[in-house]
Structures are given as C-alpha cells and as structure tokens.
Design a protein around this ligand. Structure first.
Ligand SMILES: C[S@@+](CC[C@H](N)C(=O)[O-])C[C@H]1O[C@@H](n2cnc3c(N)ncnc32)[C@H](O)[C@@H]1O
Length: 207
C-alpha cells in the first residue's frame, strides 16, 4: 500500500463501513475471548469492536504506512495490543498459540492464501476459530464472475494487490477448517466486482 493509499483508506471505506461492514465486524468480534491474532489489521478498523478482557491481542500489519496509522489509533485509544510487522504466510508464533484468528478483507490481499491458511491452522489451538469477513468470487452470478476474472489484472494494480477472483470459502474449507456459521452477503455499493462477501466463523480441525 502506498502512503496515499493508507492515508485515504478509511475515507474510501466509510460508506461501505456504515452500510454493511461495521455491523459485520461487530457481529463477529463481540464473542471473542482468550488469545486473539488479527492478520492484516490495516488502519485498525476492528479496534473498536474487540471485547474487553482478552488475554492477549496481537495485530499483524506488514505494510509500514498502514501500520503507522494502526499504531496511532492504538495510542489514542485504551485497547492493549501488540503490533507485529509479520506477514500471514510466515507467522512468528508457536503452534497452537491462539484461540482465535481474525481476517477481515485480508485473504483477498495476501500473496498466498493457501500458505496463509496453513499458518492460521498451525497457530490456532485444536478447536480454535477463524473469524472472517471477505469479499469473494461471486458464488451465484456467472456474469459477475466473468467480470471479476476479466478486471482482476487492472483491479490488482489499483487496489494494492487485492484479488476479486478468489474462492475464499473453498480455500478455508480445504485448509482444514469446518465452516460453522457462514453468510453470503452482497454489498449495495461499490464496484460490482467487490460486492459479493462472505462472513462467518470456521473451526480448526483437531488434526
Ligand atoms: C484491504 S486491507 C484490510 C485492512 C483491515 N483488515 C480492514 O478490515 O479494514 C488489507 C490489509 O492486508 C494487509 N496485507 C497484505 N498482504 C498481507 C500479508 N501477506 N499478510 C498480512 N497482511 C497483509 C495489507 O497491508 C492491508 O493492510
């Protein structure tokens, strides 16, 4: 993400947050407990939704411009969290260290979603949970899927390597997680290629 991208991120997302995403963050994060790891925490859009009393909260953000904004938000609030610059594909944590991993609008951006999910699986305890909100390859509209595939090369360039053509639900399931709660949603604003969303909670298998 460029300096400018990080600077305008919250503003660009504002209407989508108000209409949809903030409510999804709230729904998913309210029940978290124990040790929590968030990947690609960005400018800290989830900070206001974490419940009090977590045992540990670690926020990963490899991009220096996004991380600077995340740290500024943390300093101006009351939430205690550790910040790391590590990437999802190589997590500097022991096996089974966390009770929850949080990914919101991140699996679309990571370089390697399968490697990231392997790492998430490794650092979660057996029975640990992955909470996610992601925009995805359209599950029900073939025309939009074609559009997403067609525009991906351009979209990736203008949106900091974001992918609109990823079947993240399938990747989560084949990564050793059992989908518990899953909702398919469609945002009412923004380019059609980013409107299809999934949100939910998946449980790490015990092996
Ligand atoms: C679209 S932003 C989402 C930010 C935030 N999670 C949110 O919900 O608003 C994607 C974030 O993923 C981060 N990111 C990109 N590649 C990553 C990787 N390999 N590992 C972890 N985070 C990554 C980016 O730096 C960026 O902050």
């Amino acid at each position: 993400m460029s300096w400018l991208g990080a600077r305008i991120y919250d503003g660009v997302m504002r209407v989508a947050e108000r209409r949809h995403i903030a409510a999804w963050r709230q729904e998913l994060l309210v029940g978290l407990s124990g040790k929590v790891l968030e990947l690609g925490a960005g400018t800290g859009a989830n900070l206001g939704f974490y419940p009090k009393g977590l045992k540990r909260l670690v926020l990963l953000e490899p991009d220096p411009h996004m991380r600077a904004r995340l740290q500024a938000k943390l300093h101006s609030g009351h939430l205690a969290a550790e910040v790391s610059e590590a990437s999802a594909e190589s997590l500097p944590f022991a096996d089974h260290e966390f009770d929850w991993v949080v990914c919101t609008l991140v699996l679309c951006s990571v370089r390697d979603p399968e490697a990231s999910l392997r790492e998430i699986h490794r650092v979660l305890r057996p029975g640990g949970k992955l909470a996610f909100v992601e925009h995805v390859l359209d599950p029900s509209d073939e025309r939009n899927r074609k559009r997403q595939r067609r525009y991906q090369p351009v979209w990736g360039l203008i949106a900091a390597h974001c992918h609109v053509n990823r079947d993240t639900r399938a990747s989560i399931e084949s990564g050793g997680f059992k989908l518990g709660r899953i909702e398919e949603q469609r945002m009412s604003i923004g380019p059609r290629i980013v409107r299809p969303m999934i949100l939910g909670v998946a449980t790490r298998s015990s092996i």
